[in-house]
Design a protein around this ligand. Structure first.
Ligand code: MLT
Ligand code: ZN
Length: 396
């Protein structure tokens, strides 16, 4: 199919679960290559890895891994729709990357088809192979611009028998960031998710949930630890020794833990019900994060007083999701102001969602002309006809 498109001069957009947030799989006069039917999942017990088709969902891989007493390191709220191919194309990170790494960290091998007709794959599945350029890791995060991922072999991890979840309340953001920095040093901690009171209140209002604390702390941190046994006591001890914790809600049983997770996982959907948000996904050095939030909030209030910024994210890695509602879809002034502040603070304009079409305009804030020239050379080595996903990631 690819060669027919190449011969006819037609562009191709590979598509998985369509959960991307930067328009990277949105076709513009192109053939859409839907990969969802390539959904096989085969756990290799001996190698401790899984071979999954590009169309298998992250959730299906998680279930298969668990059935074999193992687990897959990438987890995200869209787990039951997002596909392995899509998460490889975007190098998805998600909720546990602070400890377990992003998709690139799980990758052992990728089977991918080039527009030249070549198939790239080292099927043996060696986990240690240092014999030159690592093409699977180049393809990972290339947003469908280099090759069509058809399958992958992914590392699986031991499944800790026990886990415990808690929601912590803080009087202010610097206290929460300091706590996250302390907790990040603890090997058992694998989730550090930041929320603010207005986002949690919105989730409660939209989903008929009661608030986690009567005291309504302005800043909240969702923490999860895993351990071979007694994760609850371990989490209790850790939290006791972290300064600045004003409130604690412990997930005493599975239903409770699910409720604590829901405050975080329902953010995107709840904000979407307020209006179509401008979605910004930025990374800041941890020491700059609290100052950035104060600055960006003031700047948005000055620039667009009717807009509303909802902030949450993977604070263990300095990753903030800023969803701004109340803006005209075509009005990019607020986005521009935010991303310039991010760059000035030494941050990234895309922490995990990628560049796609939506963030391209700001790429020069964080990538030099020299870097982009090398990217172009790589692109033409993989895809000399420029058939795959034109207009995504690389400016045309
Ligand atoms: C999340 O972590 O929930 C998503 O990456 C964020 C978003 O929808 O902006
Ligand atoms: Zn995220």
């Amino acid at each position: 199919m690819l060669h027919i498109c190449v011969d006819a001069g037609v562009s191709v957009v590979p598509q998985g679960g369509n959960t991307g947030l930067v328009g990277g799989a949105v076709p513009r006069g192109a053939v859409v290559l839907d990969l969802r039917r390539l959904d096989t999942v085969e756990v290799d017990d001996v190698a401790g890895s899984v071979v999954a088709g590009a169309g298998a969902t992250v959730g299906a891989v998680q279930v298969a891994a668990r059935a074999a007493g193992l687990r897959y390191g990438v987890d995200l709220a869209s787990r039951d729709t997002a596909t392995i191919g899509g998460t490889i194309a975007t190098n998805a990170a998600g909720l546990r990357a602070v400890r377990l790494g992003d998709t690139r960290a799980q990758l052992i091998d990728v089977e991918a088809v080039l527009t030249t007709g070549a198939v790239i794959s080292r099927r043996g599945g060696l986990t240690r192979d240092n014999s030159g350029y690592d093409l699977p890791r180049w393809i990972c995060g290339s947003e469908g611009t280099l090759a069509v991922v058809t399958a992958a072999r992914l590392r699986l991890l031991p499944d800790p028998a026990d886990r415990a979840t808690a929601l912590l309340g803080f009087a202010d953001l610097p206290a929460a960031v300091a706590a996250a920095a302390t907790l990040r040093r603890e090997p058992a901690v694998e989730v550090l998710e930041l929320m603010f009171a207005p986002g949690v209140a919105l989730v409660c209002e939209q989903h008929g949930m009661s608030p986690p604390f009567a005291s309504n702390p302005p800043v909240l941190l969702l923490v999860e630890v895993t351990a071979a046994a007694d994760a609850g006591s371990l989490l209790g001890e850790l939290v006791e020794n972290v300064p600045g914790v004003a409130d604690v809600a412990a997930g005493v049983d599975a239903a409770d833990a699910r409720r604590l997770w829901a405050y975080r996982e329902l953010h995107t959907e709840s904000i979407g019900r307020v209006g179509i948000p401008h979605k910004l996904d930025v990374a800041l050095p941890l020491p700059a994060l609290a100052g950035f939030v104060a600055e960006v909030t003031a700047e948005l209030a000055r620039l667009r007083p009717d807009a509303r910024a909802w902030i949450f994210g993977h604070v263990g890695e300095g990753n903030l999701h800023l969803n701004v509602t109340g803006l005209d879809p075509a009005d990019e002034d607020a986005d521009d102001a935010v991303l310039r502040l991010v760059a000035a603070a030494g941050g990234s304009i895309s922490a995990e969602h990628g560049i796609g079409r939506a963030k391209q305009r700001w790429l020069p804030l964080v990538r030099s002309a020299e870097e982009i020239a090398v990217w172009r050379a790589v692109k033409s080595a993989f895809d000399p006809t420029g058939t795959l996903n034109p207009g995504v990631l690389l400016p045309n």
